[in-house]
Ligand binder design. Structure first.
Ligand SMILES: C[S@@+](CC[C@H](N)C(=O)[O-])C[C@H]1O[C@@H](n2cnc3c(N)ncnc32)[C@H](O)[C@@H]1O
Length: 336
């Protein structure tokens, strides 16, 4: 048919978000809102599930499968690459504001320009490309190397109707947690006292404060404090609804303060803080703890807490490595 792009697309595997048919429309709205829905492909309906085609990885069950093209033109950046590069270039990358953040092996260095040009040319919202060299240190800051565009990592990121501005080379932020933040925004009630114990630039804090919660944000990274306060103001959160404290959470004096909800998003080291922070939860209050768990075995978190707590939900947020998932455990205090 003389359409090499289409014949290429037909064999391309792309990521799809797998959801129950009953959740299909709400998932679609969310994916549209965060720019993750890949409109060049059609949704696939299979065995009671809808598979939404993705522009980039999101939280939830992401399945790699053959895409069903809706048009003859694809925004898969690899479609513009020569064959030998297309097969080795990674298909997925994260988008923070106008920055594409991609893991590229060192061996591809001679092709960084071709790959980054292709990413920018295939997505009008992206103007910079940075290589992801991994998250490091206690502040969990991402080491990045800009390979296309100005060497400046401050960007404006939109998710769930909120706007976050921060320097992603100085404070942690994960665009993959937007659906998780949306989930928590539906669980929180106006007037709740919330502790965001590892708040970073305050994406969870702002999301919950927007629902009328009173949020105490704590983070040890001074850069987090600057950007968190900026983000509270940017999203018009009343000063009555938030406070930020730059401190190690273990050194903060909570006095007699207790919380309806505690967010613990420090997944490489959350468990260490669980005894301290679980003591701060009111009766019938919740802890949402993020933890990297082996794909092989299911970690029994309530074992760590004793019989005053029950686990009401375990959710795989996204794959973390070939052998591990990022999981969230919703834990409720049922006794004093
Ligand atoms: C994985 S990041 C999560 C940030 C934020 N919750 C988010 O979702 O973007 C973990 C954060 O915990 C902070 N942190 C690490 N150890 C800490 C401690 N002992 N006390 C307070 N903050 C800490 C780091 O600076 C980092 O910003």
């Amino acid at each position: 048919m003389g359409c090499s792009i289409l014949s290429h697309i037909e064999i391309v595997l792309i990521n799809h978000l797998k959801v129950n048919e009953s959740d299909a429309q709400s998932a679609k709205l969310l994916l549209e809102k965060i720019g993750a829905l890949n409109i060049d492909f059609l949704p696939i309906n299979k065995e009671g599930y809808i598979f939404w085609p993705l522009n980039f990885e999101v939280e939830g069950e992401v399945v790699s499968m053959e895409g069903k093209p809706s048009t003859k033109v694809s925004r898969d950046y690899r479609a513009n690459l020569p064959d030998y590069l297309r097969v080795v270039a990674p298909r997925a990358f994260d988008i923070f504001g106008d920055i594409a953040i991609i893991k590229l092996p060192h061996e591809l260095e001679p092709h960084f320009k071709a790959i980054s040009d292709s990413i920018v040319n295939s997505n009008t919202n992206i103007s910079k490309v940075a290589i992801d060299l991994g998250v490091k240190g206690d502040y969990r800051v991402r080491k990045l190397k800009m390979i296309h565009g100005e060497d400046n990592f401050v960007a404006t990121h939109k998710e769930n109707g909120l706007t976050f501005v921060l320097d992603i080379s100085k404070v942690y932020f994960s665009p993959r947690l937007s659906m998780e933040r949306n989930r928590l925004s539906k669980l929180v009630s106006s007037g709740e006292n919330v502790l965001d114990a590892f708040a970073g630039a305050a994406p969870f804090s702002v999301t919950l404060a927007k629902q009328g919660a009173f949020v105490k944000s704590i983070d040890a990274n001074p850069e987090a404090e600057n950007w968190a306060i900026h983000n509270y103001k940017l999203n018009n959160i009343s000063e009555q609804n938030y406070s930020f404290h730059c401190s190690d959470v273990e050194n903060y004096n909570f006095g007699s303060e207790r919380f309806d909800r505690v967010i613990m998003n420090n997944p490489t080291n959350s468990l260490f803080y669980l005894p301290l922070l679980s003591d701060l939860v009111k009766l019938d209050g919740f802890i949402h703890i993020y933890h990297i768990d082996s794909k092989e075995e299911d970690f029994d978190i309530v074992n760590m807490l004793g019989d005053s707590f029950i686990c009401t939900k375990v959710r795989k947020v996204h794959p973390y490595s070939p052998s591990a998932h990022l999981k969230v455990f919703d834990i409720k205090r049922t006794k004093h």
